[in-house]
Design a protein around this ligand. Structure first.
Ligand SMILES: Cc1cc2nc3c(=O)[nH]c(=O)nc-3n(C[C@H](O)[C@H](O)[C@H](O)COP(=O)(O)O)c2cc1C
Length: 346
């Protein structure tokens, strides 16, 4: 197989602050797995980690609707060598190259993997592969993060075709300091808007690290299509989560009022955003006794804008969302060009 690692002209909003350029390559293939997918992917991870670390290659592997998508970044020689090995593997078939370029490294860790459980048939996924393959062959392939998102977004979702248009598609992450409130909110949004909730499992490099759940729902609110993503607290350190953080306009923190827990969550977010040029606005929601001043201080030290909002009484999914939604104004997002990162909002 001849691989072309030429520079692509297509802009990819990327980016981490310090990385040098790497070779970036993506392919899609059909899975030959017959057993439980997660265990099979863990087996690939065990071997891959040794080889990828030695070659400085970072990888994200997706399994969805009977398809694999693998996104590789690293020194071109290492990426070529990996592609050569993978092409001979009988656990999948029909590899199609979808992206090949040089650019900034987005994947911060040697291995990430995701299993997406969408209500779609392999043939639906195949249609998106064909489209992206044609775009690649015509030299119009979008950046790796956009290829990943376009492949993994079911066709029936609002805005499926507009993933690359940043002012028409807004991504918002929700993370709870305690319990499952972020997942309850996404489920409630799905029920209220009669929209599919997509369930995903992400895992990282550590063999002993548990996989984490992350669900999302796409909502068409007229002016924008909004993806609301519930993320488990321990998902913030994963390479795949961090690869997409530059594209989030806001991260909503559902605070517990316990200052240790809330501080721990903020600290995780600050660490996850540390290498990013474009950082999301942080929205802290909680009871009036939450220590917003301390959280704001941590956020500012980490270069993050912090907005706070108090909620009184019993807080359910609707109450969280009603408080958050007015604060999701895109014009305030830190990745708007005009807003310097040092600006604070109280
Ligand atoms: C979908 C898929 C993705 C894979 N990703 C990697 C990877 O990132 N790194 C790796 O070393 N092997 C990966 N493998 C395994 C390789 O195909 C191959 O089996 C492995 O590198 C062993 O090669 P070797 O026998 O030459 O050492 C993957 C396999 C599949 C089916």
């Amino acid at each position: 197989m001849v691989l072309d690692l030429m520079t692509s002209d297509w802009p990819d909003s990327a980016a981490t602050a310090t990385d040098r350029e790497v070779g970036r390559l993506m392919y899609a293939s059909q899975s030959n797995f017959t057993g439980p997918v997660f265990q099979e992917m863990q087996r690939i991870r065990e071997h891959a980690l040794q080889r990828n670390v030695a070659d400085e290659v970072h990888v994200a592997l997706l399994h969805q609707s009977g398809w694999f998508v693998e996104w590789m970044e690293g020194p071109p020689a290492g990426v070529h060598a990996l592609m050569g090995r993978v092409a001979r593997d009988t656990r999948h078939r029909g590899l199609r190259l979808l992206h090949s370029s040089r650019g900034p490294r987005r994947l911060t860790q040697p291995w990430s993997m995701a299993i997406v459980q969408a209500l779609e048939l392999p043939a639906d996924f195949a249609r998106r592969v064909v489209t992206l393959r044609e775009e690649h062959q015509q030299g119009r392939a979008p950046g790796p993060a956009t290829v990943w998102r376009r492949l993994s977004t079911p066709l029936t979702h609002p805005g499926a075709a507009e993933q690359a248009v940043s002012d028409r598609f807004q991504r918002v992450m929700v993370c709870a300091a305690r319990g499952e409130a972020s997942f309850d909110m996404v489920r409630w949004l799905g029920r209220t808007h009669k929209a599919e909730v997509v369930h995903r499992r992400f895992a990282g490099s550590r063999a002993d690290g548990l996989d984490v759940a992350t669900d999302y729902v796409d909502l068409d609110s007229g002016a924008v299509v909004r993806r609301v993503i519930a993320m488990a607290r321990n998902g913030l350190h994963l390479g795949l989560t961090q690869a997409f953080l530059p594209d989030y306009s806001h991260v909503i923190l559902l605070l517990s009022g316990d200052s240790t827990r809330d501080g721990d969550l903020m600290q995780r977010l600050v660490v996850a955003c540390a290498r990013l040029v474009h950082r999301p606005v942080v929205v802290g929601l909680g009871q009036p006794f939450c220590d917003h001043a301390a959280l704001q201080k941590m956020a500012h030290r980490g270069g993050l804008v912090y907005l706070d909002c108090d909620l009184a009484g019993h807080i359910d999914a609707q109450a969280w969302w009603d408080a958050a939604e007015p604060l999701l104004d895109l014009s305030l997002a830190a990745n708007s060009d005009w807003l310097p990162l040092s600006v604070s909002a109280g």
